[in-house]
Design a protein around this ligand. Sequence first.
Ligand code: NAD
Length: 324
Amino acid sequence: MRLLVTGAAGFIGSNYVCGLLSGLIPAPPDVRITVLDKLTYAGNPANLSPALNDPRLTFVKGDIADDALLEKLVPGHDALVNFAAESHVDRSIAGAQDFVHANVVGTHALLQAALDAELPRFVQVSTDEVYGSIAHGSWTEDSPLQPNSPYAATKAAADLLVSAFARTHGLNASITRCGNNYGPRQYPEKLIPLSLTRLLEGRRIPLYGDGLNVRHWIHVEDHCRAVQLVLEKGQPDTVYNVGGGTELTNRDLAGRLIDLCGSPAESFTYAPDRPGHDFRYSLDGERLRALGFAPRIGFEEGLADTIRWYRENRTWWDPSPAGT
Ligand code: NAD
């Protein structure tokens, strides 16, 4: 199987590709992978280092919105998994142009190239943030899309394009929607790596507002297993929530990180709230569970492993002389 994986120099995509090639995630025995990544600030070829010398891996630097490149690259593949995106909410609030380019124009370019090349399978990696915010209960895949941040709006637009290409053109495409991921190699602007790196530097964790916003956490390895399951067994024109994670407030999360790092109890501080800040995310994962999905990594164990990784790989997140 020839797999084209976009955005795989980033956090989740690199865990997916390294997982497939190491056997951590079961893959077809003849799997060969092409990675297409623009190497933005969030993309780092070193993220793929466990697999870079594997003859089954080919790395191509480029933009998913580059139609001419896609026309050459896509034919001959059996499936495409799209992880490529601008992914940080705060950056999308500061300016959303790059988000429209990567998440909307880029996804459209991939869909058109997949259609032109008669690609047999397409998986779009999306997010629970497209549903907005939910005070009680959990979203099913039929819940309305009510994105609040510019990031979430561009991901929702991409999801609608994927569905339109499936319905109008018969593209065999599925969508995954996952909650917050954590694990190794996550760029330290997101809550868990930001908090960990601050604590490891003896600094405080910044919490937005009153710290009571609730997030749904899943280990990146479990998310990658879910994506592979959807690739292999998902139905066309179908969305799959990736549920089964751990829900907790940001303040509770900060408390656990502080304990696990052995930092002083008061190692957090409150910051002015993010505009349009979603209060709570919660996913109903029944549809994917029916395909056989269950997360394997418990939150305590996954968090402890993640802390270990950031402790042991300081030069990855702190290239200054202090980190070397
Ligand atoms: P990331 O920011 O770590 O990585 C994104 C990767 O995409 C980077 O390697 C970057 O270089 C690449 N990229 C960006 N624009 C590109 C373009 N135009 N062409 C080619 N490559 C481009 O993101 P992540 O956390 O690994 O997220 C991957 C996907 O999963 C995203 O689509 C995101 O919306 C989704 N997702 C993330 C989370 C999470 O908690 N991180 C949760 C649910 C869904």
